[in-house]
Write a protein that binds this ligand. Sequence first.
Ligand code: SAM
Length: 278
Amino acid sequence: MIRFYERDPYAPIQYSYEVENILYKGKSKFQEIIVVQNPHFGRMLILDGVVQITERDEFFYHEMLTHVVLHAHPAPKNVIIIGGGDGGAVREVLKHKTVEKVYFVEIDEEVINVSRKFFPKVACDVDDPRVEIKCMDGAEFLKGRDADIDVVIVDSTDIVGFATSLFTEEFFTSVKNCLSRDGFYVTLSESLHFHKEIVIEVQETMKKIFPLVDIYTAPIATYAGNWWTFSVASKGALPREMRQKFSINTKYYSDEIHQHAFLPNKMYEKLMKRKLEW
Ligand code: SAM
């Protein structure tokens, strides 16, 4: 059996996966796209040598990326998803009946096409009439927008290459400017095991722009470091507080998970003072 060895840009270890079948291999204008079949995880989407989603566990990441902020907002209507070409975040966002419009801003159209074909249960809602697909850089899309967006979700590749435009002070300023009063911004921010300094840097940059910044985590088996962080920001609204009743269908996220996912206050303070010793 052949094996796939992951080339994660910041991981101090290498993950190795059995490959039963290579279902797709191509190169877009932006990146190499591969879909393989693994005996445990099912189909896996790999971009530039890094695992993005697997059929078996994608819901952990997509539910936690989207539902925490969508439940902290009283009635989200307008949502922007940046990246997320596999469609998993779109599927979860559309579970919220209040949502009227989703701008789905993915730089690489090929990722959406490959996902429509090989991950139909993940990309199932990308062609929903509430979704407007924009194939462009998310940072460009946000420039000069009105403040009418309730939730901005960044579901990008790791913080290298063209994804770095989504982690600058300039980008965070554009996000803040387009958010409504109760709005929330959430982004992946790597692992607390392997990338503590990156997590702190993302948080520090967000704190320069947003009045309120917080952090929560989720266990993701296939992302390097596994103990994955999500950085969340707002103009003052509290992400730890649920302003909506939990009533959607999920496999992992729940009202209990919402309360437990946030980093305990003392630990968060220690993290930001660079006093977490591991
Ligand atoms: N959940 C995955 C993870 O964390 O590994 C991310 C999945 S999703 C496929 C990542 C997508 O972000 C890719 O398809 C990539 O093309 C897109 N992306 C990266 N940088 C971007 C940018 N600046 N603007 C829009 N999309 C971007």
